[in-house]
Design a binder for this molecule. Structure first.
Ligand SMILES: [Zn+2]
Length: 57
């Protein structure tokens, strides 16, 4: 399992997502970033998220 926590990007935000496939984690996190934080959809945001995808416990 892979996970992403929004606070890894320095956001004061409790959003987290877990999935088997890291691309699924990134996709869901990108959607969250766009809707909750007004970040642009696209490779730049995806790269930031990707750098913070970690192994889930
Ligand atoms: Zn967030």
């Amino acid at each position: 399992m892979k996970k992403f926590e929004c606070k890894s990007l320095g956001m004061a935000c409790d959003f987290k997502v877990e999935a088997e496939n890291p691309e699924e984690v990134i996709s869901k996190a990108e959607e969250h970033a766009a809707t909750a934080h007004n970040l642009p959809r696209g490779e730049e945001t995806r790269a930031k998220i990707r750098s913070q995808v970690k192994d889930a416990d």
